[in-house]
Design a protein around this ligand. Structure first.
Ligand code: S3P
Length: 431
């Protein structure tokens, strides 16, 4: 698709689509609970439909009236073997969390996905689940999908120190621990998003997290009670427009209903430290959401490393674009996990932004960006990665001349209305 620079900046208000992590988990907890769970503001993106369809394949009745999703929970003991292998598309969250759930089921399931998913490492999940007593195998003896899980209804608890900072791995082990007999302890390398832990409590289960925020204790077996879930907006989707408004001239926008769970708000801290004119309005503590207002900003470079990385991991490609417009050298380190996302996001971000004239260098565990650098339109490629696609579309807003974005359809994985929302904010800017 062809994209051009904004004529008059971005203006107006949009509602950010629902949180992807919470939408996945709302289907999972709804399926594992007893009773009928309703989900409002479910993310209608491809990844979350992969989870929805996977649970239907496991015999869970799920209705969708186009507005509300209704899940008739079957409990941990009510899932049934699927009639064939389950396709989870591009979704790492679906495959990894389901491996933890299926580890405790007395039947065999095969999970597979697209070409990107077939390259993503699964040992990180398979190793602890094997230790708990499940059998898991990857394609031709490798750690890569398709993954076949032969579960056990006699899982043993585990004491496990996570070798990677990953909410997906943590969540998979928690789901298995919820089905094991006894108490498991899971110690994180760094604190990661805590939506699984929060939803266990919301659905009437028990889990405790020590004061250091990294040691989790969970005792199985547990049962859950159905809930009414309303999913807040996804801060990882909001990130693209926060950066867009900060780097385009004459912009002022408001993004409503954005989730502000503290395990996800690293980007707000980084943007504020860089000098972004960003404010949080009408904070709703109960729902952990707020409206975010942002306008064109003068930006300074920064260093991003250590414990904040998991709190903004998915935002690093768009933060790299932000850094191309900040004065000085921005250093991103301790982010080697970016190499095993939907693409190698260190290489994809550096190579695609370089085509537009950015001064950006990939490193072993991050990126070094010098700014401010004017960008030029170029032929760029999402590489099938939704977040790379959206980052490049925002880069086009400040590039001189035309940008040709290939494989733009990838955005539908997490933000199907992305181009429509971009259009809305640009039209308002034109008025
Ligand atoms: C997610 C966790 C993160 C994140 C992904 C969603 C989740 O992955 O990158 O988009 O919902 O648990 P890792 O846990 O592998 O870092």
């Amino acid at each position: 698709m062809k994209l051009g620079p904004t004529a008059n900046g971005l203006k107006g208000t949009i509602q950010i689509p629902a949180d992807k992590s919470i939408s996945h988990r709302s289907i999972m907890f709804g399926a594992l609970a007893e009773g009928t769970t309703t989900i409002r503001n479910f993310l209608r993106g491809e990844d979350c439909f992969s989870t929805l369809n996977a649970f239907r394949a496991l015999g869970v009745p799920i209705e969708d009236d186009g507005e509300t999703i209704t899940v008739t929970g079957v409990g941990f003991r009510g899932l049934k073997a699927a009639s064939g292998a389950i396709d989870v598309g591009n979704s790492g969250t679906t495959i990894r969390l389901m491996m933890g759930i299926l580890a405790g089921q007395p039947f065999t399931t095969t999970l597979f996905g697209d070409d990107s998913l077939a390259k993503r490492p699964m040992n990180r999940v398979m190793l602890p689940l094997r230790e708990m007593g499940a059998r898991l195998t990857g394609s031709s003896g490798s750690e890569f999908p398709p993954i076949t899980v032969s579960g056990s209804d006699q899982l043993k608890p585990i004491h496990y120190q996570l070798p990677v900072a990953s909410a997906q791995v943590k969540s998979a082990v928690i789901f298995a621990a919820l089905q094991a007999q006894g108490t498991s302890t899971i110690i994180e390398k760094e604190s990661t998003r805590n939506h699984t832990e929060e939803m266990i409590k919301q659905f009437g289960g028990e889990i405790s997290c020590a004061k250091d925020g990294k040691t989790i204790t969970v005792t199985g077996p547990q049962t859950f009670k159905a809930q009414e879930v309303t999913v807040p907006g996804d801060i990882s989707s909001a990130a693209f427009f926060l950066v867009a408004a900060a780097i385009t001239a004459d912009s002022q926008i408001t993004l409503t209903n954005v989730g502000i769970n503290p395990s996800r708000t690293g980007i707000l801290e980084v943007m504020t430290a860089m000098g972004a004119k960003l404010s949080m309005l009408s904070v709703d503590q109960q729902n952990q959401s707020a409206d975010l207002e942002i306008m064109t900003s003068q930006l300074q470079a920064t260093t991003i490393s250590g414990a904040i990385i998991p709190r903004l991991i998915d935002e690093l490609p768009i933060i790299a674009l932000l850094a191309t417009q900040a004065t000085g050298q921005t250093i991103i380190k301790d982010a080697e996990e970016l190499k095993v996302k939907e693409t190698n996001r260190i290489d994809a971000t550096a190579e695609e932004l370089k085509k537009m004239g950015a001064d950006i260098t990939p490193t072993e565990d991050g990126l070094i960006i010098n700014g401010p650098t004017p960008l030029q339109g170029a032929a760029v490629d999402s590489r099938g990665d939704h977040r790379i696609g959206m980052m490049l579309a925002i880069a086009a807003l400040i590039a001189k001349g035309e940008t040709q974005l290939q494989r733009e359809e990838a955005v539908a994985v997490s933000y199907p209305e992305f181009f429509a929302d971009l259009h809305t904010l640009s039209i308002k800017g034109g008025k």
